[in-house]
Ligand binder design. Structure first.
Ligand code: SAM
Length: 286
């Protein structure tokens, strides 16, 4: 049992039989809002800075969100030959948007999150993630991504990043074949989709489904990358890219010469993230 005399936040995984906890400061909970879509809370922790949760599940902390936001953005952008128009579905904390806009070649970055409450909370408690929100290339929209993608112009986007919550509630449809089919239509011929694809340890069946649905939807190539993310279940996370054309490595020289600082991403890390453990490789021969 957790030390009862101290103040802790815990995410308990009922299905996976695991829990993750962070000790809180005396300030404890700083924010709570029940929006039309979900419950947003922010806590002050002793060692991870601020913590945002949605419906009781960890979204991000000050200390380690860089791992996720860098790996959800830079691998796909350096895999695409010349990304100009980027759509982010979800990502309401604006951390992915900030990373995308570090790429000087990006001309348009649209962020479509269903819940404006998440962005409001991030502006207040994670202002460092919102520092690019006023970039003239950025557009923030508050809509269901499932609806947005259906109405998108065919072939309009070079990259679509799905930075969503878990496949429950409003995000459930973002993991299905119908959504991926709409992404195939909205992407240019050399366009690439990347989606946060949960834990290779705890959610391998979901990872298999994601690959299966992406290919049934019309993507001819799918590729999973894995990376550490301490505050997510198991601490080991992934994202999965999909393209209508075969993947042909990534722009290593451009990644090495990137004109911005990263804390986790590098061409070597990118290459390593593509090296999947044998059991994952085998499972993904779907
Ligand atoms: N890194 C987090 C994770 O892996 O769980 C995701 C962070 S981000 C805060 C997740 C966002 O997805 C939330 O802001 C939520 O509002 C948004 N979201 C969920 N379903 C959505 C939908 N159908 N359309 C657009 N945004 C959605």
């Amino acid at each position: 049992m957790l030390p009862q005399d101290q103040n802790w936040y815990s995410e308990v995984g009922e299905e996976t039989g695991h829990a993750f906890s962070l000790r809180l400061t005396g300030a404890g909970k700083l924010h709570e809002e029940q929006t039309e879509f979900q419950k947003i809370e922010v806590f002050d922790t002793e060692t991870f800075g601020k913590l945002m949760t949605i419906d009781g599940l960890v979204m991000l902390t000050t200390r380690d969100n860089f791992l996720y936001h860098e790996m959800m953005s830079h691998p796909v952008l350096f895999t695409h030959p010349k990304p100009k128009r980027v759509l982010i579905i979800g990502g309401g904390d604006c951390g992915t948007l900030r990373e995308v806009l570090r790429h000087p070649g990006v001309e348009l970055a649209q962020q479509v999150d269903i819940d404006e409450g998440v962005t409001r909370a991030s502006l207040q408690y994670f202002p460092e993630l919102c520092e690019s929100n006023d970039d003239p290339r950025a557009g923030l929209y508050f809509q269901d991504g499932l609806k947005w993608i259906k109405e998108a112009e065919a072939g309009y986007y070079d990259v679509i990043i799905v930075d969503s919550t878990d496949p429950i509630g409003p995000a459930e449809g973002l993991f299905g074949e119908a959504f991926f089919r709409d992404c195939v239509r909205a992407l240019a011929d050399d366009g690439i989709l990347v989606q946060q694809s949960e834990s290779p340890l705890l959610h391998i069946e979901l990872l298999q489904d994601i690959h299966r649905y992406m290919r049934k939807a019309g993507f001819n190539a799918t590729q999973t990358l894995h990376f550490p993310q301490p505050v997510y279940p198991s601490g080991w996370w992934s994202c999965t890219m999909a393209s209508k054309q075969a993947f042909n490595g990534f722009r290593q020289a451009d990644a090495a010469a990137r004109p911005f600082k990263t804390l986790y991403y590098s061409p070597e890390v990118h290459q390593g993230a593509l090296a999947l453990p044998p059991y994952v490789q085998e499972a993904l021969q779907v």
